[in-house]
Design a protein around this ligand. Structure first.
Ligand code: SF4
Length: 92
C-alpha cells in the first residue's frame, strides 16, 4: 500500500475507502475471468464499495487490462470504454 501522501499526489485518495483494500488476490484478479464464481464474489464486494465510481474511472482512464475494477471485468470495461467514447463522439 502506498503512503497517504503518495496517494494524494496521484489523486488516488479514494483507494483508502476501497472495500477491497489489501485484497489484490485471486478474487479480484482471477487467472481466468470465465471463472464465474470468483468474478461474482468480487463484483459483490464492489457493489458495497463507496468508491466504485472512482475505481471504475481510474481503471478506464489508466487502461487497467486485468482484474475486476469498479465492478466490471476487463471485457466489460472494454465495452464500457467503447460506449463512453461513442457518446463523446456523438456529443461533439
Ligand atoms: S469498486 Fe471493487 S475493485 Fe474498486 S475499490 Fe471498490 S471493491 Fe475494490
Amino acid at each position: 500500500m502506498l503512503e497517504h501522501e503518495t496517494l494524494l499526489d496521484l489523486g488516488q485518495e479514494w483507494r483508502e475507502l476501497a472495500a477491497c483494500s489489501g485484497r489484490y488476490d485471486d478474487l479480484f484478479f482471477p487467472i481466468n475471468e470465465a471463472e464465474k464464481s470468483a468474478v461474482r464474489a468480487a463484483k459483490a464486494v464492489c457493489q458495497t464499495c463507496p468508491v466504485q465510481t472512482d475505481c471504475l474511472s481510474y481503471a478506464l482512464e489508466t487502461g487497467q487490462a486485468d482484474g475486476v475494477w469498479g465492478g466490471l471485468t476487463s471485457r466489460e470495461r472494454r465495452v464500457e470504454r467503447r460506449q463512453r467514447q461513442a457518446r463523446i463522439r456523438r456529443a461533439s
